[in-house]
Design a protein around this ligand. Structure first.
Ligand SMILES: Cc1ncc(COP(=O)(O)O)c(C=O)c1O
Length: 432
């Protein structure tokens, strides 16, 4: 393992020389993170940072969880990879564990190596099952970086290719806040549903699926009302289409339930995801019912999907989150964090537009002010927090939402300390 660190300046220089320029990073002065333990990461100079972004919703159990590390190391030193053309018990045991964890009869899975591939696979399956290639997605959603994933994405910031693949219609997303009485929406639910119905009609009998995140993570931590999802679910089913949820960010306890869709009282036809399930190793999966799965019989393979290292790590991850009641804990800590953030918001009525969240997925949306542009203020706050030893995320179409996706094991005291530092930093930033 490397112990000589080249430092941020040299990394930036090599990044510029050898990586594609599309790989952005946070911060004017980014640290070189070299080590992680629990809710903390450390830079090359030994500075400690509280990680409130968890590698973008990956490290649900914190960095280098000892049981995950042991499982991974044991498997790495025994058998790393063979592919699915040879029999291996790790992949089938993981599929069984996932079937037991998923609700309903979502009992058949396919494993791949990223969330993007999971979305692609889910859409392919929907096409095979319905014999249609028409999809409906939501504005503000994000579904990956490939041509199809990006085409389903309804956020211009992440739509590098302005010419999406055909067959995809975006409808506006109603912006519903589960904690606010004032759902006085620019995109009212009625308007969004009307747009959905119009799209369905225009594609009569030809729809493959509706694809959505239960909570729009990159879209700025945005929610929907249960009634909205339920209505879409029944409309699409009536047309013979499928309902696909993308749980890449929201799955496995993040929102205080096993899956984000459980907040809406629907069971999707296909669930896809990745991130946290791999326990820090690359993973993607899509799961469905036996009936829908039976449409995918032609050869399909993923070289690294369900490899023994990832499959063992993912089984251990599922075992730990259930044994330690991680989702329930996330729900409880989320309420605590929500109270702190609402209190914070009451101090900055001119700069905070809205606080919203569920479980340990929270967004503080900043608003433009005569003195400060919200997106610049977001960057300033992130930089100052980093200098004070706290790593926070930012999301939203305008890049103006401070985003909390901490490890689900985070102690309440750390949440309390970090919101208090955020308050100090906002006071300072706004007095400049
Ligand atoms: C909801 C959602 N879907 C898909 C993806 C793509 O996942 P990956 O980067 O693992 O390909 C992401 C990544 O952030 C995501 O948040």
């Amino acid at each position: 393992m490397t112990t000589t660190w080249i430092g941020p300046e040299k990394i930036l220089a090599k990044k510029k020389e050898y990586l594609l320029p599309c790989l952005y990073h946070f911060y004017q002065n980014p640290p070189q993170i070299v080590r992680g333990k629990g809710v903390f990461v450390y830079d090359n100079e030994g500075r400690k940072y509280l990680d409130l972004f968890a590698g973008v919703s990956v490290h649900a159990l914190g960095h280098c969880h000892p049981e995950l590390v042991k499982t991974i190391c044991d498997q790495v030193s025994t058998l790393q990879h063979t592919t699915t053309i040879y029999l291996n018990q790790s992949i089938v045991n993981l599929a069984e564990a996932l079937a037991q964890y998923l609700p309903g009869d979502l009992s058949k899975s396919f494993f791949c190596a990223s969330g993007t591939e999971a979305v692609e696979g889910a859409c392919l399956l929907a096409t095979l099952h319905t014999k249609s290639s028409e999809f409906i997605a939501l504005s503000g959603g994000l579904h990956g970086r490939t041509k199809l994933g990006m085409s389903l994405t309804g956020l211009s910031f992440w739509r590098t290719d302005p010419k999406p693949v055909g067959g995809i219609t975006h409808i506006p997303a109603p912006h519903y806040n589960p904690l606010s009485e004032e759902n006085n929406l620019e995109n009212s639910e009625e308007n969004c549903l009307a747009s959905f119905k119009k799209t369905l009609e225009s594609k009569a009998g030809k729809i493959a699926a509706f694809v959505a995140e239960p909570v729009q993570g990159n879209g700025g931590i945005r929610f929907f009302s249960p009634a909205f999802f339920q209505e879409i679910h029944s409309l699409i089913k009536a047309q013979g289409g499928l309902f696909i949820v993308d749980e890449t960010q929201t799955g496995f306890g993040r929102t205080g339930k096993k899956f984000g869709f459980e907040h809406y009282g629907i069971t999707p036809d296909i669930v896809c995801g990745g991130k946290a399930l791999g326990g820090g190793t690359p993973i993607g999966f899509f799961s469905t019912t036996p009936e829908i799965a039976s449409s995918y019989t032609r050869p399909g393979a993923s070289t690294f999907g369900g490899n023994p290292v990832t499959a063992e790590a993912a089984q251990k991850f599922l075992e730990i989150i259930q044994r330690d009641n991680i989702a329930e804990m996330a729900a409880e800590k989320g309420q605590f964090l929500g109270n702190l953030l609402n209190e914070l918001s009451s101090h900055f009525p001119e700069h905070i537009a809205q606080v919203r969240g569920l479980g340990l997925m929270w967004g503080v949306e900043l608003k433009d002010h005569a003195s400060r542009n919200a997106s610049d203020l977001t960057d300033q706050i992130l930089e100052d927090l980093k200098d004070q030893g706290i790593l926070l995320g930012k999301t939203g179409p305008e890049r103006n939402v401070l985003s909390f996706l901490p490890p689900l094991i985070i102690p309440k005291e750390e949440l309390e300390k970090s919101v208090s530092v955020l308050k100090e930093i906002m006071n300072k930033a706004l007095s400049r």
